[in-house]
Design a protein. Structure first.
Length: 293
């Protein structure tokens, strides 16, 4: 006897949702970072979550200053600074001023997978010794409960390793512009060496035709409430783009049209403008009417 057949439509897989996202999972063994749902699903700014996930994926020791983050993200300094403040207020990010064994004081940034975690009880690791740059490996290790990241600014650190710039060789006008910044924002206090390093960039802006007041407005506008780096770092970042020079003005003055002189009408003595002496328009019109009549 033949098996019974059914014309009923097969039911859809009961495990598949009828709406919403359907995850396609792939088991990762490299190039991944463990992130808590509390952070990934945090309500609020998407920029804040994006900055947090990016910092968690970085190797320990990577700079995470505002300037470094702005080079990676398309958002500007204000949004990046606001995201860091939100993460700090939520307990994910912590900044500490610590003294190294050499006596130097550095600001270190701790980033926590879970707020309230404790860093390494043995203390933060010493900064790595200078070495030749190498290509970063493709794989990123799983982030530990807390990672100590030394907060540095690329431009000032590189400048410190170079031969100090003689202050006498710096453009006095550029140095004066930099020294006057603290009058607008008292936080923008620069050392003599920092002003000497930034002076060539300011000189290029002056040579491009910008006024000192315009440069001051550019360097001081929209600064975050809390500067997370040395003022020299954020000023160097804002001065790194050299503006286009203003177009040269023509040396020859513009030719103005000649002014037609004033004349007195020979018929009615009324004043009018004409290239040659004669009669005004009304007198000429009257003569034509009389001739026609």
């Amino acid at each position: 006897m033949a098996d019974p057949q059914s014309n009923a439509r097969l039911r859809a897989d009961a495990g598949a949702p009828t709406s919403g996202v359907i995850h396609v999972r792939t088991r990762l063994t490299a190039d991944f970072t463990v992130i808590s749902n509390a952070l990934a699903q945090r309500r609020g700014s998407a920029v804040t979550i994006g900055v947090a996930v990016y910092i968690l994926s970085l190797p320990t020791g990577t700079p995470v200053t505002i300037a470094a983050l702005c080079e990676h993200f398309t958002e500007g300094e204000i949004l990046i600074s606001r995201a860091l403040r939100e993460l700090e207020a939520a307990g994910y990010l912590e900044r500490r001023r610590e003294r190294l064994s050499t006596g130097q004081i550095r600001t270190r940034t701790y980033f926590y997978d879970v707020p309230g975690g404790d860093p390494d009880p043995d203390g933060p690791p010493e900064p790595p010794k200078p070495r030749r740059p190498r290509k970063q490996p493709a794989a990123t290790a799983v982030t530990p409960a807390s990672a100590a990241v030394e907060e540095t600014v690329a431009a000032p650190v590189q400048a410190e390793a170079e031969t100090p710039i003689p202050v006498a060789d710096a453009d006095p006008q550029a140095v004066a512009v930099l020294a006057a910044l603290r009058r607008v924002d008292p936080r923008l206090v620069l050392s003599v060496q920092e002003a000497a390093r930034l002076a060539p960039a300011v000189t290029r802006w002056l040579a491009a035709g910008l006024l000192p007041t315009q440069i001051t407005d550019h360097l001081t506008a929209g600064l975050p409430d809390n500067l997370l780096v040395r003022p020299a770092g954020i000023l160097a970042y804002r001065l790194k783009e050299t503006p286009l020079p203003a177009p040269a003005r023509s040396a020859e003055p513009a030719v103005r049209p000649a002014v037609v002189p004033m004349r007195n009408c020979d018929g009615c003595d009324r004043g009018f403008r004409a290239a040659e002496p004669g009669r005004c328009r009304d007198c000429r019109a009257g003569n034509r009417l009389r001739a026609a009549g």
